[in-house]
Write a protein that binds this ligand. Sequence first.
Ligand SMILES: C[S@@+](CC[C@H](N)C(=O)[O-])C[C@H]1O[C@@H](n2cnc3c(N)ncnc32)[C@H](O)[C@@H]1O
Length: 238
Amino acid sequence: MQAAGAEHITWFHSFQFEDGATIKGLRDIEILKAEADAIFSPEISGKTVLDIGAWDGYFSFEAERRGAARVLATDHFCWSGEGWGTKAGFDFVHDRLGSHVETRDVDVGDLPKADLGQFDLVLFLGVFYHLKDPYAGLEAAASMCREHIVVETVTALPLETLPAMRLFPPGELDNDPTNFFAPNIPALEVMLRTFGFNRIEPIPSPASLKHPLRPSSSWRPSRPKANGVYRTIVHGWR
Ligand SMILES: C[S@@+](CC[C@H](N)C(=O)[O-])C[C@H]1O[C@@H](n2cnc3c(N)ncnc32)[C@H](O)[C@@H]1O
């Protein structure tokens, strides 16, 4: 049953409400649920959470549902900027849930001067590869993080052991000209260590079934392709 009133909105995230109503967005609900389990680990009850690039807010509302003490969702590109999205989806779900998630319309590049303070957990999900200056973007996210950061991103160059990033010509990755750089995992590790995280754990995203990090019996081979791209979730702890 589609949630009443949702049909006028173009959705990125999908939602499933406790009364059985659903919203079908571009992102599949089962993958979102699996990602949330991988992201909100260890459990986040009582933590303060910053969700950078929240869009329709699936992960912000999920943080609230899992007992976060405070959640701040930020975005700009898809709320009031050039992106095809709007904030209508976020506001719809916020109202429907009676949510207390706070919002700020602020671009990633403007985070340092926005003075939003620090949070126990910072989510930087699906944002890194959209930035022309991802190093500065991740540095800004890290500066707002007290203990735990989760970065979800497209990663590339899986055979390269030196820290490196791949640059995509406009439109080459998913036909989306806002996709710029995909780092390899060593590059993410170097950045996170430089920004003060000393325990770093990369795990395959549930959205990348053939991720070379996951030795699985259900698919093969686990040898990554040199030009393969894989979605990866990286946890960093101070
Ligand atoms: C792929 S969506 C990810 C949404 C959500 N965090 C998730 O993981 O499902 C990318 C998000 O990055 C934000 N973003 C920030 N800066 C951007 C930029 N320069 N170009 C494109 N998207 C940008 C978008 O507004 C959007 O919310």
